[in-house]
Design a protein around this ligand. Structure first.
Ligand code: PEP
Ligand code: MN
Length: 374
């Protein structure tokens, strides 16, 4: 059960505290609190776990500090959509809005290699009016002898260059809690020229201790990839781990499933789950066509498979696209063969616009139909 407090009765006020004391005194109930600090007020929610069936929702709703009680009708208490659930979804980070209505493209390097390639990439993004990118500094590699990423050493110059080219959010994978602190320190040290969305990769989707640690900080949002060999439900529960620890600024990313049924693609593309995740949760949904497809094959129609698959995700309502690009793919230290080339960036962005307008037209058509029917 979720108890939503009035905007003027947050947990910082005596009225809000009275509600929390009342609920905490109920036998068999544990209350967890969550507050979202806005510029002029704080919105608070209390999550009740335990013997909630015995609770009387109308009694709780009659308390003066309470705006609404939502009975959790499905799984995923915090991230899920529940009956009569009017909670705000999405978040704003470093001036960029992420929700189920927005669409942002994060084109960039799979792995940071050298300042020249990073700067060439960032310049191209600026020329194409992009404010987000991807840059890997900590790379989880199958082979221990493969390049593992430049780690903390590259962060200051990557952040400074990103700031120089107007990048507001960099998706950056982390594989250990210490990486979060290194990123926070480097942002601090360079004066926050840009922002970072912490990426938890498919190999760590069920690294519960990492999820808890990342979920306990709320400064940086999280891009959680679906696990490549587990069910959607298991991956959504991983997102719930982050949220239950306090960080609700989550984007959920589909990146394909590991099975040779997807051959010749690197993974079996699972973007049919874009609408499913949007239906089950409030989370914005990202697609990663590069790691799904894993090659640069071009079809008889002249379009790359990566572009076809991106369009499939976007036309189904995806809110974010994570894509590997490289100015000199032959020099890339990770995933060069799947990287799109810089002279393909504007074409890729235009193709996404075409798919996005088709999605918006489909959505308008559906909403007109529902209005006429009801
Ligand atoms: C990546 O985005 O660079 C990456 C390693 O992705 P995944 O975790 O989906 O394999
Ligand atoms: Mn990669």
């Amino acid at each position: 059960m979720i108890v939503i407090l009035h905007p003027d009765s947050s947990l910082e006020t005596p009225n809000g505290q009275l509600v929390l004391d009342f609920l905490s005194a109920k036998p068999g109930i544990t209350a967890r609190t969550h507050s979202i600090k806005g510029s002029d007020r704080t919105l608070s929610e209390i999550y009740l776990i335990g013997d909630v069936v015995a609770l009387d929702a109308s009694e709780i709703e009659s308390l003066s500090g309470v705006e609404k009680v939502v009975r959790v009708s499905r799984e995923y208490r915090v991230i899920g959509r529940h009956a009569n659930d009017t909670r705000d979804s999405g978040f704003t980070y470093n001036g960029v809005r992420f929700d189920q209505d927005s669409l942002h493209v994060f084109a960039g390097l799979c792995a940071v290699d050298n300042p020249e390639n990073v700067e060439t990439m960032l310049r191209a993004l600026k020329e194409n009016e992009q404010i987000c990118t991807r840059m890997g500094a900590y790379k989880p590699r199958t082979n221990p002898y493969s390049f593992q990423g430049h780690g903390a050493n590259c962060l200051p110059w990557v952040f400074e260059l990103a700031g120089k080219y107007g990048i507001r959010v960099i998706a950056m994978e982390i594989t250990h809690g210490s990486h979060v602190r290194e990123i926070q320190q480097a942002l601090e040290q360079t004066g926050h020229p840009t922002g970072v969305m912490l990426q938890i990769g498919t190999r760590n989707t069920q690294n519960f201790e990492l999820l808890k640690e990342v979920g306990r900080q709320t400064e940086l949002p999280v891009l959680l990839k679906r696990g490549f060999g587990i069910t959607l439900d298991e991956s959504l529960n991983a997102a719930e781990y982050l949220a239950s620890e306090g960080n609700r600024n989550i984007v959920f990313c589909l990146r394909g499933m590991k099975t040779n049924m997807g051959d010749p693609h690197r993974n079996l593309v699972d973007f049919a789950h874009v609408p499913v995740v949007r239906h089950l949760t409030h989370l914005p949904v990202c697609i990663d066509p590069s790691h799904s497809v894993g090659n640069r094959n071009i079809g008889p129609d002249g379009l790359l498979d990566v572009m076809h698959i991106t369009a499939q995700g976007v036309i189904a309502g995806a809110n974010m696209v994570l894509a590997d690009f490289h100015p000199r793919p032959e020099q890339a230290l990770v995933d060069g063969p799947q990287a799109l080339h810089l002279d393909e960036l504007s074409w890729f962005l235009e193709d996404i616009k075409i798919a996005r307008s088709a999605y918006l037209a489909r959505r308008r058509r559906a909403s007109a139909r529902h209005t006429n029917v009801s």
